[in-house]
Design a protein around this ligand. Sequence first.
Ligand code: FDA
Length: 497
Amino acid sequence: GDGATVPALVIGTGYGGAVAALRLAQAGTNVEMVEMGMSWDTPGSDGKIFPKVTSPDQRAYWLRTKSKAPVSNFFGFPIDSSIAKYTGVLDAEEFAGITVYQGRGIGGGSLVNGGMAVTPKQSRFSSILPSVDAAEMYSTYYPRANAALGVGNIDPAWFETASCYQYARVGRKHAARSGFPWTFVPTTYDWDYMKAEQANTVPRSALDAQVMYGNDYGKKSLVKTYLASALATGRVNVSPLHRVTSVAPAPAGGYTVTMEQLNTVGTVVATKTVTAAKVFFAAGSVGTSKLLVKLKSTGVLPGLNGEVGKGWGDNGNVMCGRANHMWDPTGKLQSTIPCSGIDNWDAGGAFAEVAPLPTGIETYASLYLSITNTTRRAEFSWNPATQKVDLSWQTAWKQDSITMAKTIFDKINSKEGTIYRTDLFGAYKVWQDGLTYHPLGGAVINKATDNYGRLHGYQGLYVIDGSLIPGNTTVNPFVTITALAERNIEKIIATDL
Ligand code: FDA
């Protein structure tokens, strides 16, 4: 409560925050978690906690009055609709050159993501986190993260028959015919539940167009894994609808953390302070970077070093669709959880997941989200005129990612005699080049922090989320964020408590 003193405070309840809270609590430390989003535990009038991607309502978006779907058009027509302003689960946060999608609520990005739980190839790890010992990560921390996240593999025999993965089988066929390596990817979805959804013996979620605005049943979000274990220790308290605005050195030691309590239309209803001996920044790449840049620039934490705000990347995200022939339908029932990818990283710099387009009708479209090896990095900076944090990303930089993604899809199109869809991201627009789902960096490990996430300049301040990773993970990022957090918190518990 207001005015309290706590040993450890964690800002944010996504992957980094959940790992920190669980391990600190298991080591006997009481933990206060502060989360700006809601607790997603109560069904609405439709009996569901979350809306479908095909019918967003107020629950879908963080304080917007109109939806902002990544696939914004269909046959060229805009599909975004008016919604009531509400503290919804998905934030489409707009910077000058890019929209950054992020989860809001207890569980962070695990509430809204596709559940693709991919461990990068070990041979590529030194390019991702050069200062981190790869052998240790692959022998200890990746396995620990995968186990605690409940990562599992699709049954390959079932995959061959399930109508909800026809789109993925079409994706595989096209990749193979063009000579590209195709691979299953593990996920945090409960695969037994997925089978039961296909058999229609349980309420559907992945097979009922739920994903980006939340999933009611089969996905093992952090609420079902790390956060459930953390709460079960009895040492963790979580405050939803509280947004941290300041972390300042306290006169008697530790840090004064200031937070605003929000109501569900985003109005500040109270301001509180808590004093914490240790503060863990786990507000996500954007959330942590914005806080640190503001606190350094406004003189609250002037001792943070010049690396704060730097090294931000979009994981090279770019989307495209292909128009298939009428004899290659992708299926009207599509699981929202992707299960496969095309790996052309070494030859062309792109790893493309075969994504669903869960409209409920046959679209003859193949949709892909590519992760590419772009070297573009942006910087967050404080804008005194607007009193906000800007990001220097430029939309034109996505051309690098498009060029890499084209190494896959130009070849497939030429082999199949097909073309790109031009109607999904605007009228006559082939590439969705205005967004990322995978913000990374802004407080890079071994630069803004030491090699375990301790912020330079201030004892007792730590970064433990995606902002530690400099811009790219070669694959979907949350397993790497989780594994790095496991590594760092183990060291911090052993040496700093
Ligand atoms: P995360 O963003 O998870 O958590 C940060 C938390 O802090 C949030 O809950 C936020 O509300 C809170 N917060 C922020 N500022 C705050 C403040 N000032 N005060 C209090 N709380 C604050 N990855 C992957 O590996 N596989 C996938 O399939 C996908 N798919 C996907 C789809 C979509 C639609 C999105 C948006 C993202 C993905 N991702 C993904 C990305 C993945 O979800 C993401 O990388 C992680 O959630 C990032 O974890 P972090 O711990 O860094 O922060």
